[in-house]
Design a protein around this ligand. Structure first.
Ligand code: HEC
Ligand code: HEC
Length: 149
């Protein structure tokens, strides 16, 4: 959750971030009412269902089905959140997209945007644990009653 692959979507403010440094997204885009962009700047116009080399930019543009950031009413901000606050927010249905613990577990182990972090392309770093390790840790955390540090 504290890795740039997650935090570039799970960020504060009104725009995603990019790169291992979490820089401002180029071109400037906006979250929009559903997290999918505004007007002609729809996320899915550039971000396809898989990573794809852009003919104009001549580099890989990240992609996964349903590419978007969380919606404004539940922005799910991981960036710069203290571990305890982040943990509390994750399991709070008012802030996590109305997910039960079971739904949270399914999201963490099956979601395509989350899974993309382990196949980011474009020379981007992966999270410091494997996907299997992440899934095992998420399940163990939920089974233990989702305790917070
Ligand atoms: C491309 C953008 C994107 C990336 C990358 C991404 N997420 Fe998300 N994430 C979302 C969106 C959008 C939602 C909300 C989906 C919904 O509620 O319909 C979400 C929801 C979640 C949720 C459930 C809500 C919550 O806060 O409890 C968790 C947990 C989560 N993401 C974890 C991660 C982790 C961990 C990573 C990195 C390994 C990651 N995400 C990477 C876009 C992203
Ligand atoms: C006009 C094209 C375009 C639009 C529209 C667009 N993006 Fe991007 N996005 C890019 C490109 C190109 C990159 C890769 C930047 C690079 O490699 O320098 C990128 C990178 C990203 C990254 C960085 C991934 C990482 O971890 O480094 C995220 C997150 C992202 N975009 C989210 C979004 C979201 C969310 C939207 C809609 C609100 C959106 N983008 C709309 C072109 C676009």
């Amino acid at each position: 959750m504290q890795h740039p692959r997650c935090q570039n979507c799970h960020t504060s403010g009104d725009a995603p971030r990019q790169s291992d440094r979490g820089s401002a997204h180029q071109p400037p885009v906006r979250r929009g009412p559903e997290g999918k962009g505004v007007g002609a700047m729809q996320c899915a116009t550039c971000h396809l269902e898989q990573n794809a080399r852009s003919p104009t930019l001549r580099r890989e543009v990240p992609g996964a089905p349903g590419w978007r950031m969380p919606p404004p009413e539940a922005p799910m901000v991981f960036r710069e959140a203290e571990p305890r606050a982040l943990c509390e927010a994750l399991k709070d249905p008012d802030r996590n997209g109305k997910r039960s613990r079971e739904q949270l577990g399914r999201h963490m182990t099956e979601d395509a945007l989350l899974a993309w972090a382990w196949n980011p392309g474009a020379g981007l770093a992966r999270p410091p644990l494997t996907r299997d390790e992440f899934n095992a840790a998420a399940i163990a955390w939920l089974r233990a009653g989702a305790p917070c540090p």
